[in-house]
Design a protein around this ligand. Structure first.
Ligand code: TNX
Length: 732
């Protein structure tokens, strides 16, 4: 009895929330949605009929429907009236489908299983969002509004690139990502398997690549990186795991394109086989802050090793493409290597760009020899080199670099930083890179790949699709940042890749997110980013005006600290005489919330800027000590830090203040922070107080008496080639 009542209550809640038609909130937006008359009731005895070859799609549908119904589905291969039928028909484009809800039945038709699979995804979005969840919902019936959806993707390539070298994600994690991609009709997973900071794929012929090259930290072949500490950090996939992931992806109609990043970004490889680098001892630091990461182009043995490696990779991945990287190569070693220079003279290669192209030609040959096609980052086409036209270029640096690739006749994947790099910050205050700018949801949504064609007579069919890129330098913390960076921006990119150009409308997209898609993500178990409210102080009325990111969003507030799930809910405005002490955040479901924000038009902190000088017993770049004496100033160490290094901020006279914040890290990304140090301060009476250890490069403390100096005392090395210090932030 109680169970029935519970089911009825849920049904009532679900149907009132979904006053809109069951097909109203689809993401990505389909090509054509044609409302029909009436609807279909799904209830006990529901049959799922699949024709030959669609067993996996049928099983996927049953598995999800069973999350919400209190009865089991009947899966059969005999078509009967009623229920849900899936069938292959002739004449539709690849991946296209038709979903018809009418006459007491649901029909999904397509010309290939992928199309059926996407029809199933659309169908699932017409169900309550719990269809994605592990929670049992126990519905006894669900009513679908009649509709016909005719749909087909704009691009054949709709991808996600994940860097597992800088931050490692185990195979289970990757499987979850593949599910999330499938729900969004994404069909390519570009797996960035090797970079400077870790080699992640088992190669039977060279077991040391993962025995040693997959690990970093003190005493490992790769040094500590990205704040992950001096302990051993890393991991890798066995070939068995790789095969499982490939198969799992294929069941979801996702092709996996493996990448080994060469000839730069090769520090983990060179750590294991130092002979693969040029035999010269010249210092250099790549744009990523790495040394010893470029392969020698003249060493014949290198190509034999690379062939062995790619041979195993080619047999593990059915994809026709293998991605060989090719980005961000520091030319210093080649310019100084007698062998590379001799090779250049012998072959008439002009300058390092042509040496680079020569390397790529050689690797392209290897890839072709293994029956595969080559893919690479857009630097491979900077020179006049002509690779095979089957080679595919991933445009990442700019719209112009995409144009260059298309102009030269290459199939091109659009992964342009300023739209597609989901490792960029979503707003100024959030964690992330910013070299390609701040990338809010609206920016990703605004990507128009055809912009690449502007001013060029190039063939538009060369733009094969779009891809989100998630680089791992900054993903190690806080927990689940990967999901936060991907969602909902990946939903936007899925729509860019799938939906027609004419139908793209950001306001409508946001409406669908808030109107249902966030609930789907929530039920998928994704810790997606929740947008904070906008808060403005109105001094006339003495109130804080709060605009939630969407009328339906729940905003809470707190005084002197971030709001929690039990803080009071804010409706519109809050009257207060202490506006600078109040923080607001948006909450979603049970456990998700936005960053906490205060009013953007008042100073939340009352800083004071006392006169001081800064000293250090280790070298900093020129002029940096002066800069560090100011709030907002930065100072770069001229070497890696070591135990016993001290930076001292000395006040001209004792400073009375409520709080001092010591912080570190590059202003644009937060990388190169001080990993191991404590802070102590001296008070006017000469006593020295230990304020605490830096945590992720920061410490904020409330001094017990007026302060005459603050010292950062290093207890170990940091994990980059430099460490970046900041001027103190001192509050009144
Ligand atoms: C550039 S995109 C890189 C990566 C970094 C990324 C950070 C590309 C081919 N190279 O090595 O991780 O920027 O956003």
């Amino acid at each position: 009895m109680r169970k029935t009542l519970f089911a009825l209550m849920i049904l009532a809640a679900a149907s009132s929330a979904a006053a809109a038609q069951t097909y109203a909130g689809l993401v990505p937006r389909p090509l054509k949605v044609m409302p029909g008359e009436g609807g279909v009731v799904m209830e006990k005895g529901l049959r799922i009929c699949v024709s030959d070859g669609l067993e996996s799609e049928g099983a996927w549908l049953c598995k999800h429907l069973e999350n919400v119904f209190d009865f089991d589905m009947v899966l059969s291969d005999i078509p009967v009236p009623g229920g849900v039928s899936m069938r292959l028909v002739d004449g539709m484009e690849s991946e296209a489908y038709r979903l018809t809800v009418s006459d007491a039945q649901v029909i999904i038709e397509a010309s290939d299983p992928a199309g059926i699979f996407y029809g199933v995804q659309t169908f699932l979005q017409m169900m309550p969002p719990e269809v994605y969840g592990q929670r049992d919902m126990e519905l006894t019936r669900w009513e679908l509004d009649a509709v016909t959806v005719e749909d087909a993707p704009r691009y054949g390539y709709r991808g996600v690139m994940l860097d597992v070298s800088r931050t490692f994600y185990d195979a289970d994690h990757v499987l979850r990502l593949l599910d999330w991609m499938a729900y969004h009709k994404l069909n390519r997973f570009h797996w960035h398997l090797a970079d400077d900071n870790g080699w992640r794929i088992e190669i039977r012929k060279y077991p040391e690549l993962t025995e040693k090259g997959a690990w970093r930290g003190d005493g490992e072949v790769s040094p500590a990186a990205y704040g992950q500490g001096h302990g051993r950090y890393g991991g890798y996939y066995t070939q068995k795991e790789i095969r499982q992931v490939v198969e799992y992806a294929a069941e979801r109609h996702i092709e996996i394109i493996p990448e080994i990043d060469l000839p730069g970004h090769s520090r983990s490889l060179i750590g294991v086989m130092p002979e693969m680098a040029c035999p010269v001892d010249v210092p250099y630091i790549s744009v990523n802050g790495e040394t010893d990461n470029v392969l020698c182009v003249a060493r014949e043995e290198n190509y034999r090793i690379l062939r062995d490696i790619f041979k195993e990779i080619a047999s593990l991945f059915p994809s026709e493409y293998i991605h060989i990287g090719g980005d961000e190569v520091d030319h210093t070693p080649w310019n100084n290597c007698p062998h590379c220079q001799a090779l250049a003279r012998e072959l008439g290669l002009e300058g390092p760009q042509e040496i680079h192209s020569h390397f790529v030609y050689r690797v392209e040959d290897i890839i072709h020899g293994l029956g595969k096609k080559m893919a690479g980052w857009d630097e491979i086409v900077i020179s006049d080199a002509r690779y095979d036209t089957s080679s595919m270029v991933y445009a990442w640096r700019s719209v112009e670099s995409g144009r260059m690739s298309v102009d030269k006749g290459y199939r091109t994947v659009v992964q342009i930083g300023e739209y597609c790099y989901l490792d960029m910050k979503q707003s100024r205050a959030e964690r992330g890179h910013s070299w390609a700018g701040i990338v809010p949801l609206s920016k990703t949504y605004s990507l128009e790949p055809d912009e690449i064609l502007v001013g060029a007579p190039a063939d538009s069919s060369l733009i094969v699709g779009v891809q989100a890129g998630l680089w791992g330098e900054l993903l190690a913390w806080p927990p689940r940042l990967m999901e936060y960076q991907l969602f909902p921006r990946l939903c936007a990119l899925a729509e860019v890749g799938w939906s027609s150009k004419a139908d793209r409308d950001f306001a409508d997209f946001e409406r669908r997110l808030y109107g249902g898609h966030f609930s789907r993500l929530y039920n998928m178990g994704i810790a997606f980013r929740v947008a904070p409210p906008e808060v403005l102080y109105d001094s006339l009325s003495g109130s804080l005006r709060v605009r939630p990111p969407h009328p339906s969003a729940v905003v809470r507030y707190a005084v002197d600290g971030a709001p929690t799930a039990s803080s009071p809910v804010c409706r519109g405005e809050v009257v207060t005489d202490a506006p600078e002490r109040m923080l607001f955040a948006t909450f979603f479901g049970d456990g998700l919330s936005s960053i906490a924000v205060g009013a953007s038009n008042i100073d939340l902190y009352h800083y004071i800027d006392p006169e001081m000088t800064v000293e250090s017993n280790f070298p900093l770049l020129e002029g940096n000590l002066e800069s560090l004496a100011r709030r907002g100033g930065t100072g770069y160490s001229d070497r890696v830090l070591q135990e016993g290094d001290v930076l001292t901020y000395r006040m001209a006279s004792p400073v009375e203040c409520s709080r001092i914040t010591v912080s570190s890290g590059a202003p644009s990304s937060g990388m190169f922070y001080v990993t191991d140090a404590y802070v102590e301060y001296t008070t006017a009476d000469g006593s020295v107080v230990r304020a605490g250890d830096l945590y992720h490069g920061e410490l904020s403390f409330e001094p017990s008496a007026p302060v005459t100096q603050v010292r950062i005392v290093m207890t170990d090395s940091n994990d980059g080639y430099t460490a970046v210090f900041h001027g103190l932030r001192i509050e009144k």
